[in-house]
Write a protein that binds this ligand. Structure first.
Ligand code: NAD
Length: 475
C-alpha cells in the first residue's frame, strides 16, 4: 500500500490543511492500493500563491534551461516505466501489458515532444510584421485538472508544454487514480525545478477542483475529463474570463468503405474500441459498415471480441481488465441494458460480468444500432462496440456526423485517396486512416461537445502562450 501523506507546494512536501484522505482501490480485487490527501480550498490557495510567486522567474528562465529540466523528467519516467505502469494498472485496472506499452510511454513522449517543440519555437525567433515585433509570452499560472483513464499521459500532455512555455502549474489529478501524479512530482523535484514552478494538490473535483478553477490568480485552466464537468468548468471560469482548454468525451465513428478487406480490418477496429478496456476518449466505438457487408463484419467482430482474454490486470496475457471502478462498471452495464431494451441486436457480451469479483464487463458487440439509440449517441467508456450499417458514402457521413461529439474517427479503404476524401468530410478533430498509430506530435482535440483547444506537440505548446505586439519595435 502506498501512503502519500503530503502534497507538493513551493518545492516542498507539506501537509494538507485537511486531515481527510482519498483511498485508492484496485478495481480487480477491491484491495486498498494507496492513500492520498483529500484537501480543499486552503491547499489550493497556498499552491496558487507559490505558482504565482515563481512565475516571473520561470518565465524569464532561458528556454534551453527549461528544456534541460523537462528532459530530465522524461528520462526519469523512462527509467521507471515498468514500476509506474504497474502502479497505474493497480489503481485503475489497465492490463499491465497495455500499461507498460502505453500508459508511461505516452508520458515520456509528451515530455520529449513538448521540449522539442519549445526548441523549435526558440530557434525560429520572433516574428516581425512591418514595424511590429510579435512576441510570445507564457500565459501565467496554469491549473491542470485530469481524469483517471490514462492518468500520466493526460497529466503530461498539459504539464510538459505548460512548463516548456514558461508557465507555472498547479496540478489536480483524478481522485480515482492519483498515485502516478505523486511519482511525477517526485521526478520533478529530483530534476531540480525552481520552487513553486510545479505544485501538486489532491482532492475532489467538486470542492478543491472548483476552487482552483475560480481562483482569480489562475490564468488558464487546462482540463481533460467528461463533457459535463467541462461545461461546469467553463461556466466557473467565465467570471474571471480566464482561458479554458477542454479535452472532453467522444463517440467516434469508424467508417469501413466497401473496398476494405474486412478480415484484415475488423480485428483492428475492435481493438480501436476496446483498448484500455474501452476507457479512452478517442475510442472508435461506432463501427459503420456497408449494409451488404454486415453479416461478414458481424461474424468477424464477434470472433475478434471473443479473443479479448478477460482476467486480472496483473496477468500479462490479459487483454481486457476490469473497468476503473464499480461505479464505472455499473454505468457501462446500464448502457448495455439500454442497447438491448432499445432494440439493438446483441452479438456477444451482455450484462453479466465475466468475473464475479471486480469491476468487470464482458467484451460486447451490438449490431443494427441506429443513430437515435442511446448507445449510438452517448459515450459509454467501456468495451462496447456498436455496429451501424449504412447505404452509401453520404449515409455514412450523415451517421458519423450525427453525434454531438467530434473527437476522433476512422476510415478504412484499399484506396488511401478515397479514405482521405471521406475523412475530410467528418466533423471531428482527428481521423485515423487505415489504423495508423497515434502520432503525438500532431494536434489532438475536439469539435463541438468534445472540447476547445488542442493538445500534443507544437499545437499543444502554442496554447500556453499569450501573443503580444510591440508596435514600433522595428521602426
Ligand atoms: P471527470 O470529468 O469526472 O473528472 C475529471 C477530473 O475533473 C477529475 O480530476 C475530477 O476530480 C475533476 N472534476 C470533476 N468535476 C469537476 C468540477 N466541477 N470542477 C473542477 N474539477 C472537476 O472525468 P473522469 O470520469 O475522471 O474521466 C472520464 C472522462 O474523461 C470521459 O468522459 C472521457 O471521454 C474524458 N476524457 C477525455 C480525453 C480527451 O483528451 N478528450 C481524454 C481522456 C478522458
Amino acid at each position: 500500500m502506498i501512503d502519500r501523506t503530503k502534497i507538493y507546494i513551493g518545492g516542498e512536501w507539506v501537509a494538507s490543511t485537511s486531515e481527510a484522505v482519498t483511498e485508492v482501490f484496485n478495481p480487480a480485487s477491491g484491495e486498498l492500493v494507496g492513500r492520498t490527501p483529500s484537501g480543499g480550498a486552503d491547499d489550493v490557495d497556498r499552491a496558487v500563491a507559490a505558482a504565482r510567486a515563481a512565475f516571473e522567474g520561470w518565465a524569464a528562465t532561458p528556454a534551453a534551461e527549461r528544456i534541460a529540466l523537462l528532459d530530465k523528467v522524461r528520462d526519469g519516467l523512462r527509467a521507471r516505466n515498468e514500476e509506474i505502469a504497474d502502479l497505474i494498472s493497480d489503481e485503475m485496472g489497465s492490463p499491465r501489458s497495455f500499461a507498460r506499452l502505453s500508459q508511461v510511454g505516452l508520458g515520456v513522449k509528451n515530455f520529449d515532444f513538448a521540449a522539442r517543440a519549445m526548441e523549435e519555437i526558440a530557434a525560429e525567433g520572433e516574428e516581425e510584421i512591418g514595424p511590429t515585433l510579435v512576441i510570445r509570452e507564457p500565459i501565467g499560472v496554469v491549473a491542470a485538472i485530469t481524469p483517471w483513464n490514462f492518468p500520466l499521459h493526460q497529466i503530461s500532455a498539459k504539464v510538459a508544454p505548460a512548463l516548456a512555455a514558461g508557465c507555472t502549474v498547479v496540478l489536480k489529478a483524478s481522485e480515482v487514480a492519483p498515485l502516478s501524479a505523486f511519482v511525477l512530482a517526485d521526478l520533478i523535484e529530483e530534476a531540480g525545478f525552481p520552487a513553486g514552478v510545479f505544485n501538486l494538490v489532491s482532492g475532489p473535483g467538486r470542492t478543491l477542483g472548483e476552487h482552483l478553477v475560480q481562483h482569480p490568480d489562475v490564468d488558464m485552466v487546462s482540463f481533460t475529463g467528461s463533457t459535463g464537468a467541462g461545461r461546469r468548468i467553463a461556466q466557473l471560469a467565465a467570471p474571471t474570463l480566464k482561458k479554458v482548454a477542454l479535452e472532453l468525451g467522444g463517440k467516434s465513428a469508424n467508417i469501413v468503405l466497401d473496398d476494405a478487406d474486412l478480415a484484415a480490418v475488423i480485428p483492428t477496429a475492435v481493438k480501436q474500441c476496446y483498448a484500455n478496456s474501452g476507457q479512452a476518449c478517442a475510442s472508435l466505438s461506432r463501427l459503420l459498415v456497408p449494409r451488404a457487408m454486415l453479416p461478414e463484419a458481424e461474424r468477424l467482430a464477434t470472433e475478434a471480441a471473443g479473443s479479448w482474454t478477460v482476467g486480472s490486470p496483473a496477468d500479462l496475457s490479459t487483454k481486457l481488465g476490469p473497468l476503473a471502478s464499480e461505479s464505472q462498471q455499473q454505468s457501462v452495464l446500464t448502457y448495455i441494458k439500454s442497447g438491448i431494451d432499445e432494440g439493438a441486436r446483441l452479438l456477444i457480451g451482455g450484462t453479466t460480468p465475466p468475473i464475479e469479483t471486480g469491476a468487470y464487463v464482458p467484451a460486447t458487440v451490438f449490431s443494427d444500432v441506429t443513430p437515435e439509440m442511446t448507445i449510438a449517441r452517448e459515450e459509454i467508456f467501456g468495451p462496447v462496440l456498436a455496429i451501424m450499417p449504412y447505404d452509401d458514402e453520404d449515409d455514412a457521413i450523415r451517421i458519423a456526423n450525427a453525434a454531438e461529439y467530434g473527437l476522433s474517427g476512422g476510415v478504412w479503404s484499399a484506396d488511401r485517396d478515397r479514405a482521405v476524401a471521406i475523412a475530410r468530410r467528418m466533423r471531428t478533430g482527428q481521423v485515423v486512416i487505415n489504423g495508423e498509430p497515434l502520432n503525438l506530435r500532431a494536434p489532438f482535440g475536439g469539435y463541438r461537445q468534445s472540447g476547445l483547444g488542442r493538445e500534443y506537440g507544437r499545437y499543444g505548446l502554442e496554447e500556453f502562450f499569450e501573443i503580444k505586439s510591440l508596435q514600433g519595435a522595428q521602426s
